[in-house]
Write a protein that binds this ligand. Structure first.
Ligand code: BES
Ligand code: MN
Ligand code: ZN
Length: 485
């Protein structure tokens, strides 16, 4: 989708549909674009409110064909809710809603009148609304898409560039996370990362199985051994030209399980297909790097994605197996479905070995986080208050909901193993927390935060502003985190 700025009067805006924001009980009587539109259309705006067909409730759309006095072929009102409540997050959603609603009506170009303060979010939202997980549909007539999305007004070119790279990067995650297991085994994820890095001017290194064996990544290799698809560790580097925050080296670690069957502790088949998105965390850190290459934060950032497939089979890891992690700690694998923490353990240790001073991992780690927080908030865990505050602040700035979760030492009890240094599962209680406690064991003293996105990475029912499928959550938070350092 092409993004444009049309800095001209609304009557001259060029599009199939010109969209005006309209609030609840908003009066075209007041000054502004609605009044102007009302006058040009001989009272259509007043009438559509008076009729009750349109109330301004968030997400409502009313359409007028061939509006008198406008260059645009249609005029639309987009309900923006209560005026006092409108913010950047609402802007993103209404732009997405407009795109999704109108593309269903064969509209090819949209021009939206928007508050210039929220221009970047409007472009982001439009791109997010445009995305459809329809890559494997062959009937082109079924595919709906908007070709041009414009903002009307004195919008900054920088806001457009920023909105574009953030929106496109989040869609890059959604595209990757939606790839079926057969289309995206670990080596293909690595190829996609390589292509992204080459395009963005970033350095990309991929460690193969032999290299990981030499290094001693026994926890990761144990998960991978049941699959015919070899694992790999994807490393993407961004280095600032002039580092401002001296010495800061942020490590972004993303879970990259390209398909999670559970292994020998196999999952029920119902909705197992959603486990193709078990690399959503990995895709999120890669997407963040894609954006950072353009937005250029002043700190060094390294992304690490341990990529494996978790399968049962004759060579698969068994419950009760004991593996030796890169950290040297031994792990009793009591449940092969708790595989994310095993691969992340080695990736986190490796990140500290590479010199990362701060670590943030993103993972579809536990069903338990969805029990705790539903599909609204991602859970955040940390061993460092200041870093946690940064992450929560980045989430707020990016319009992604993240809620802090506890990590008291008492939870560590559950991971005590009789036969090894630690076991990979606790009890049914506090499952998201014991998973995070497990990860904490492998970061040493390094400030670290963990985002469990298992409840938020997948949109189960299409929303007015977002298609069904992977949400691309955490990408925007990671971008804001690095930029705000
Ligand atoms: N990938 C899953 C977690 C998950 C569940 C993600 C639902 C998205 C939606 C993870 O590997 C897993 O299987 N976790 C287990 C841990 C348990 C065995 C301790 C879980 O949550 O059941
Ligand atoms: Mn699992
Ligand atoms: Zn998993």
């Amino acid at each position: 989708m092409e993004l444009r700025i049309q800095n001209r009067p609304i009557e001259e805006a060029d599009a199939d549909v010109l969209v005006l924001p309209a609030f609840e009980k908003d009066a075209p009587r007041e000054a502004g674009v609605l009044k102007q539109a009302d006058q040009l259309t001989a009272g259509w705006v007043e009438e559509v409110y008076a009729s009750g067909e349109f109330t301004g409730k968030f997400g409502e759309i009313a359409l007028l064909h061939r509006p008198a006095g406008f260059a645009a072929r249609r005029l639309a009102l987009a309900g923006c809710g209560k005026p006092g409540k409108f913010d950047a997050a609402q802007m993103r959603k209404i732009a997405g809603t407009v795109v999704r609603n109108l593309k269903g009506r064969s509209v090819r170009s949209i021009a939206l009148v928007a508050d210039v303060a929220y221009a970047a979010e409007a472009f982001e939202g439009a791109l997010l609304g445009e995305f459809e997980p329809d890559r494997y549909k062959t009937d082109e007539t079924e595919k709906k898409s908007v070709e041009v999305f414009s903002l009307v007004g004195a919008v900054d070119e920088a806001a457009l560039a920023r909105g574009r790279v953030i929106g496109e990067s989040q869609n890059f995650t959604r595209e990757l996370a939606n790839e079926p297991g057969n289309r995206l085994p670990p080596f293909v994820l690595a190829e996609r990362a390589r292509a992204m890095a080459a395009g963005a001017g970033l350095e990309c290194e991929v460690l193969d199985q032999d290299r990981m064996r030499q290094l001693g990544m026994g926890a990761l290799l144990g998960v991978a051994q049941g699959s015919a698809e070899p694992p790999c560790m994807i490393v993407v580097r961004y280095r600032p030209e002039k580092p401002a925050a001296e010495g800061v080296h942020l490590g972004l670690i993303g879970k990259g399980v390209t398909f999670d069957t559970g292994g020998i502790s196999i999952k029920p088949s119902e909705r197992m297909e959603e486990m193709r998105a078990d690399m959503a965390g990995g895709a999120a850190v890669l997407a963040a790097m894609r954006a950072l290459a353009v937005l250029k934060p002043s700190i060094a950032v390294t992304a690490l994605v341990p990529a494996v497939e978790n399968m049962p089979g004759g060579r698969a890891q068994r419950p009760g197996d004991i593996v030796k992690s890169l950290s040297g700690k031994t792990i009793e694998v009591l449940n092969t479905d708790a595989e994310g923490r095993l691969i992340l353990a080695d990736a986190l240790t490796y990140a500290t070995q590479l010199g990362c001073t701060h670590l943030v991992d993103v993972a579809t780690l536990t069903g338990a986080i969805a029990v705790a927080l539903g599909n609204v908030n991602a859970g955040a865990f940390s061993n460092h208050d200041a870093l946690l505050e940064r992450v929560l602040g980045a989430g707020r700035a990016a319009g992604e909901k993240i809620w802090p979760m506890p990590l008291d030492e008492e939870y560590r009890e559950q991971l005590k193993s009789v036969f090894a240094d630690i076991q990979n599962i606790g009890t049914r209680y506090g499952g998201a927390i014991t998973a995070a406690m497990f990860l904490k064991e492998f970061v040493g003293e390094t400030p670290w935060a963990h985002l469990d996105i298992a409840g938020t990475d997948w949109v189960a029912e299409a929303k007015p502003f977002l298609a069904k499928g992977p949400s691309g959550v955490a990408v925007r938070t990671l971008i804001h985190l690095a930029l705000a350092w």
